[in-house]
Design a protein around this ligand. Structure first.
Ligand code: SF4
Length: 118
């Protein structure tokens, strides 16, 4: 029968185990971040003929929004300023929560635009 005494490790082994566990957790976290960035960069760009893009009036250049169709669009609204844009300051394209699996241009816009919280 196994008891807690038979399972106990010598102090050195416990330290080694903790070092390996901490290193493994750090490596896993780092790889998750790196894989996430690589995936965002590898996403196919959202195309204008995508059905959802059409439905939401997506354009890659927010200065070309059809003002007659989208009168609420304002000149300072673009994907980079949208709360759904998942990219950083230097990302030309990034994932958008409204278009899973696709990357949108930072200068784009669609009618799902929501400003980032101040
Ligand atoms: S939801 Fe926001 S980030 Fe996504 S395409 Fe529309 S404006 Fe751009």
């Amino acid at each position: 029968m196994m008891t807690s005494k038979t399972l106990s490790l010598p102090t050195t082994s416990r330290r080694q185990f903790l070092k390996v566990a901490v290193f493994g957790a750090g490596a896993a976290a780092l790889s998750t971040v790196l894989i996430g960035k690589a995936r965002a960069a590898d996403l196919p760009h959202l195309t204008l003929d995508d059905a959802t893009a059409k439905a939401l009036g997506y354009v890659e250049d927010h200065t070309k929004v059809d003002a007659a169709k989208y009168p609420n669009h304002q000149s300072d609204q673009d994907c980079a300023a949208c709360n759904f844009f998942q990219g950083g300051d230097n990302d030309e394209y990034a994932a958008c929560t409204l278009f899973p699996g696709k990357a949108v241009h930072r200068n784009g816009w669609c009618s799902g635009y929501a400003p980032k919280p101040a």
